[in-house]
Design a binder for this molecule. Structure first.
Ligand SMILES: Cc1ncc(COP(=O)(O)O)c(C=O)c1O
Length: 429
């Protein structure tokens, strides 16, 4: 994405057509991230599948790229399921996670031989009833992580035993392929620890006659959105005076983490229990490792462009208003702040280069529609028609919360790629 960012002529060309805010998507970065995950599986000679967690971005292009790799997708609704199929993902390569799936979604999964992570006993019962009138269903049993006992997702140990028994009794309707979890956090050790535990549980389940050949460790692969130095400095110098209106925040996303993405998968697979690492334990038990990264596959694969619609000086700092809304930057909807600094593309006649500090608001009537509360340093005073570019927005930022408030159109998504003639683009369909 850095090449795109530096190519202001290209951005201006797209702006000339779109005439409003837009998002840029870079499929090559997604393909690169996906390949890195696959490479780590190969390095450890672990049998595994990377399900792209589609919820992280609504665009079709990611699914189409995954399909080119004969890839897998994790979905959580009928619309996501249908989108994955329409973009070329095979039904058998679709995983259905999420809370309390509707009967229609269960039926869709049955008909396409998809893999459903069962989250509760009543859901298992409905899955059995659906399979009875459709065809047998492939399932994983999602476990409640012992380290997060208050999670609303997963079966607790008592329910898990009941579920296993039901799977045994209904083996003509259900193929119990293994277990799954998704941890709320980005730590290697809890993930490996629960992974080791589930290998044991697969071996126990096999004794009951169940297939139990797979474990899904969910998503939650970390990303680094800023350098360590930037993140450390931000936290150390945190002060309400840095923000418009003296705004305070209680929580920020961990914008710098390590290890990230596929390197985190490597660290999980290298985690040891006794003499054996997780990869060896999986191989010894002949278990296929499934994972559902969303954010990490989209890392560095998208950015968001907002045209400047106005600027005013407010005491010592300025207020930029952009065309577009803060709904296109979801972090702002968690009473928090998106930390990567936006860039200013200056357009039109040359102007005096006098650095200024400014916060950035959206073009709505709401006080709280702010894309950046913090006072960001820009090299010159922004003016109408300039572009503000937020980097790295593909994972959960650009479209998770978007709405057409004020009847403003949703920012279109533009796919960019490099060919022999330079940058080329098309609209996401
Ligand atoms: C079950 C499940 N799988 C995968 C993911 C994707 O997580 P991430 O985008 O952090 O990799 C989520 C996110 O909420 C999830 O709930």
């Amino acid at each position: 994405m850095e090449t795109t960012l530096q190519n202001t002529e290209f951005l201006e060309q797209i702006f000339g057509i779109v005439e409003g805010p837009f998002h840029l998507l870079e499929p090559e970065s997604f393909a690169h991230n996906l390949t890195e995950f696959e490479n780590i599986l190969q390095k450890h000679q672990v049998s595994g599948h990377v399900f792209y967690a589609k919820k992280a971005n609504k665009a079709a292009i990611w699914l189409k790229v995954a399909a080119l790799f004969n890839g897998f997708a994790d979905v959580a609704s009928i619309a996501e399921f249908a989108h994955a199929l329409a973009c070329g993902i095979k039904g058998t390569h679709i995983g259905v996670s999420g809370a309390a799936k509707s009967n229609d979604l269960l039926q869709l999964a049955c008909q396409h031989n998809a893999l459903v992570a069962i989250d509760a006993l009543d859901e298992l019962q409905r899955a059995l009833e659906t399979a009875d009138v459709t065809q047998p269903l492939r399932i994983l049993l999602r476990v409640l992580p012992p380290e997060f006992p208050d999670s609303r997702f997963g079966l607790n140990p008592a329910d898990l035993q009941i579920a296993l028994q039901k799977c045994v009794e209904n083996s003509h309707l259900i193929t119990m392929e293994g277990f799954s979890f998704h941890l709320d956090g980005y730590d290697v050790l809890p993930c490996a620890k629960l992974g080791f535990q589930l290998i044991e549980q697969c071996l126990e389940a096999r004794k009951m006659g169940l297939a139990a050949h797979s474990i899904s460790i969910g998503g939650g692969f970390a990303c680094a959105y800023t350098t360590k130095e930037h993140w450390d400095n931000f936290q150390k110098n945190l002060n309400p005076a840095q923000f418009h209106g003296g705004k305070t925040f209680t929580k920020f996303y961990p914008y710098h983490q390590a290890p990230t993405g596929a390197v985190m998968l490597d660290a999980i697979l290298q985690s040891k229990k006794g003499e054996q690492n997780f990869a060896q334990a999986l191989n010894q038990a002949d278990i296929t490792l499934l994972m559902e990264p969303g954010r990490a596959l989209l890392n560095g694969a998208g950015l968001s462009v907002f045209p400047v619609q106005g600027f005013k000086q407010n005491d010592a700092h300025g207020i930029i208003t952009v065309a577009g809304l803060s709904m296109s930057l979801s972090e702002q909807w968690k009473a928090s702040e998106f930390l990567p600094d936006p860039y200013l593309v200056q357009r039109g006649k040359e102007r005096e280069q006098q650095p200024i500090l400014a916060c950035i608001g959206g073009s709505s009537c709401m006080e709280y529609d702010m894309l950046s509360w913090r006072k960001i340093s820009f090299p010159a005073r922004p003016r109408y028609g300039d572009l503000i570019i937020y980097p790295n927005t593909a994972g959960y930022q650009m479209d998770k919360n978007e709405s057409t408030f004020h009847q403003l159109p949703l920012p279109p998504k533009v796919i960019v790629w490099l060919n022999e003639n330079g940058l080329d683009w098309s609209m996401d369909q």
